[in-house]
Design a protein around this ligand. Structure first.
Ligand SMILES: [Zn+2]
Length: 213
C-alpha cells in the first residue's frame, strides 16, 4: 500500500542536501529514518512508544520485518509495505520502505508507524480485498498514527481514501467510500483493520502520538 506524500520539502536526495544540513547542524529525514530503523531492527527503544509497541508486537507474533529508507520519486509516496510474493497464503514477514525525501523529519516516525501497521495486518491474516478492504486497512494504519477520538469518520475515510484512490478505489468518491463501511465496520477497521473484526488486535496502551490535548 502506498501513501501519497503530503509534503515535499526535500525534492532532492543525498548529495545536494548534505552540505547545507551539516553547516547548520541539523539532521535530515534520511538520518532520522536510518537511525529509527536501526533501533527498531535491533530491538532498542526507538524513542516513539507507538513504534516500540508495534515492533514488539511483530516480534512476538513471529512477523519478521525489515525497514529501509530510500529516496523515491519526489512527491510520490511517503512509504510502502511489501509482503512476500506468496501473499496472502503464507505470510510471516514484510518489508517496509520509507521515502525519506517525501517526508519532513518530524513526520518520519508517523510514516514508519503507518507502514508497520500494514505489516501487522499482513502477518495477521492479510488485508481484505477490494476498495472497502483497502479503506479498512488504511483506517487502522492512520488510526495508529493518531488515535484522537475527535477526528470524525468523514475525515478519517477521506484520509484512507487518499491512500487507496490510486489503486483499489480508483474513481471512488468520498460519498461512495463512506457508504462502503457501516458504522460497525468502521469501528472494526479502526481497531483491527478488518471489517469483520478478525484482524490485528489493537494493542492497549498505544501512545497518543499527536493528539490535540
Ligand atoms: Zn497505508
Amino acid at each position: 500500500m502506498g501513501e501519497r506524500g503530503g509534503k515535499n520539502l526535500h525534492a532532492t536526495c543525498r548529495n545536494d542536501m548534505n552540505d547545507a544540513r551539516d553547516a547548520i547542524g541539523l539532521t535530515s529525514s534520511e538520518d532520522v529514518c536510518n537511525d529509527t530503523a536501526e533501533k527498531l531492527l535491533s530491538g532498542q527503544p526507538s524513542g516513539d512508544l507507538r513504534l516500540d509497541i508495534i515492533a514488539d508486537y511483530l516480534r512476538r507474533a513471529g512477523c519478521r520485518f525489515n525497514i529501509t529508507c530510500s529516496c523515491c520519486n519526489p512527491g510520490s509516496t511517503t512509504g510502502r509495505t511489501h509482503y512476500p510474493p506468496w501473499y496472502p497464503h503464507l505470510w510471516s514477514s514484510c518489508s517496509v520502505n520509507i521515502c525519506f525525501n517525501n517526508l519532513d523529519e518530524s513526520d518520519v516516525a508517523d510514516a514508519i508507524v503507518h507502514e508497520l501497521v500494514h505489516c501487522m495486518q499482513g502477518c495477521n491474516g492479510g488485508v481484505e480485498s477490494g476498495c472497502a478492504g483497502c479503506l479498512c486497512a488504511e483506517l487502522q494504519a492512520y488510526y495508529w498514527q493518531n488515535p484522537n477520538p475527535a477526528i470524525p469518520k468523514h475525515a478519517r475515510i477521506l484520509q484512507a481514501l487518499s491512500s487507496c484512490s490510486g489503486d483499489r478505489c480508483k474513481g471512488v468518491s468520498i460519498e461512495q467510500a463512506e457508504t462502503m463501511l457501516s458504522d460497525t465496520d468502521y469501528q472494526h477497521c479502526l481497531s483491527t483493520g478488518r471489517r469483520n473484526g478478525s484482524g490485528s488486535p489493537q494493542v492497549v496502551g498505544m501512545a497518543c502520538g499527536k493528539c490535540a490535548n
